[in-house]
Design a protein around this ligand. Structure first.
Ligand code: MN
Ligand code: MN
Length: 427
């Protein structure tokens, strides 16, 4: 039955309480299924959401399903009544990506071909054992990374021929500009795990340019001429690329820095950054935000990042980003995010450690901690600078009469909106 706009003129709205009472009263109540007007917290016509169901059997899933998998996404099973419309999936997960395992480490990825919405960023999750080497390689896109476990050594050569090596640990970032050659190696005692973001959603970790492949596919006499040594010297080179292989734990950093030094000197800015030690741009009972972009992590000209910690019950407040899509990697805890688009569309998804979220440029969103421990995520943007617009800040700094008239709000309520752009609000 269609609910025409005129229906609401004739029908008294049912409150949630009266719906529950009707449901509790049993089958007799089911016969009457009146058209309901949109109400506060239940805006859609025709009504959407479990709150509008009069026959409880409507909510069961009698057909084939996997209860374990479904339980990880309660907001898909039972969306808030304020959710409406649809938008491309903005949830993906490394947990459901196959691992490519080799001696010395593994990698798995979620790129645009797996996750259609993810046009600006491709994500890779990688582990290197102690001594495990991600071989010398380069690629056409820039590589940004956050360390999530252990210790890793990175090496890179810049376009002025200046070598750089550094050791990184949990909470540190690295950034390799597009085309600069680099390597990664796990350190003691137990190697490293990290997440990479390429600044192009179509990039693949399995389609980089490995140094081994180039050597294997160059005539021996050309190698001899290029490196100024006899062709025979190369007779044992690998004929296939190695990608990841098990090596020995390398010597101390200072020793390696000396071994790779060049007359060209050292790069102007480091290719690594300690985000965990960066100042908190927001810090409250609701949690904190730390930013790393080209203003403090100078080499990171195509990636800006925000490390967000949300305390239990608290919320990353309603906002959007005017300059770039947001790619999120969930590090700790559990939460839910609703994304809002024109339409209206509003869709909600749940997030767990290892999950990825994606919000297109300019779309409204909030993230709520639904668990009992801190929710921690890293938000990554293909941009030189971090930018956001806060919903409450906008309304707090719009003409108060206009705001009150637009939303039918008491001017006294508008006056109480926070005026200092709180990024986080406690539960
Ligand atoms: Mn790389
Ligand atoms: Mn955001």
């Amino acid at each position: 039955m269609n609910h025409l706009p005129g229906d609401k003129m004739k029908t008294k709205p049912l409150s949630r309480r009266s719906i529950m009472a009707a449901t509790a009263a049993g089958g007799a109540a089911l016969a009457a299924s009146p058209a309901r007007a949109a109400t506060f917290g239940n805006p859609d016509l025709p009504p959407e959401g479990a709150v509008n169901v009069t026959n409880p059997n409507t909510l069961t899933i009698p057909g084939p399903h996997d209860p374990g998998l479904a339980a990880t996404m309660p907001t898909f099973l039972d969306p808030p009544a304020t959710d409406a419309g649809s938008m491309p999936a903005f949830w993906a997960s490394f947990n459901l990506a196959p691992r490519r395992i080799q001696d010395g480490g593994w990698g798995r990825q979620v790129t645009q071909s797996d996750f259609a919405i993810s046009t600006e960023i491709a994500g890779v999750n990688m582990r290197l054992s102690a001594g495990g080497i991600r071989e010398l390689h380069w690629h056409q896109q820039a590589e940004w990374a956050i360390m999530t476990y252990g210790h890793c050594r990175i090496t890179v050569l810049d376009a002025q021929g200046r070598p750089f090596a550094a050791d990184v640990k949990e909470g540190d970032l690295w950034y390799f500009p597009a085309g600069l050659p680099h390597s990664l190696q796990g350190l003691g005692p137990d190697g490293a795990e990290f997440v990479l973001a390429f600044d192009n959603g179509a990039s693949s970790e399995f389609n980089t340019l490995p140094a081994t492949d180039w050597m294997a596919h160059t005539p021996p006499e050309v190698l001899a001429k290029n490196f100024g040594v006899p062709a025979e010297s190369f007779k044992n080179i690998p004929l296939q690329n190695r990608w990841i292989f098990q090596g020995k734990v390398p010597p101390p950093l200072a020793e390696v820095q000396e071994a790779i030094a060049s007359k060209a000197g050292k790069p102007e800015y480091p290719f690594v950054f300690s985000l965990a030690n960066a100042p908190k741009v927001s810090d409250s009972r609701g949690g904190s935000v730390q930013i790393a972009d080209s203003s403090n992590f100078h080499v990171s000209t195509t990636i800006a990042a925000g490390l967000v910690t949300i305390t239990p019950g608290a919320m990353r407040t309603m906002h959007w980003h005017p300059n770039a899509d947001e790619w999120q990697y969930y590090l700790k805890g559990t939460g839910r995010m609703t994304v809002f688009n024109a339409g209206p569309s509003a869709n909600t998804a749940n997030f767990h450690p290892g999950d990825i979220g994606y919000v297109k440029k300019g779309l409204g969103h909030y993230i709520e901690n639904t668990g009992t421990t801190d929710l921690v995520l890293i938000a990554v943007f293909r941009s030189a600078r971090y930018e956001e617009v806060s919903f409450s800040d906008w309304l707090a700094h719009s003409p108060p009469d206009m705001v009150a008239a637009t939303f039918n709000l008491d001017p006294g309520v508008v006056a109480r909106f926070p005026k200092n752009r709180p990024d986080l609000m406690p539960g």
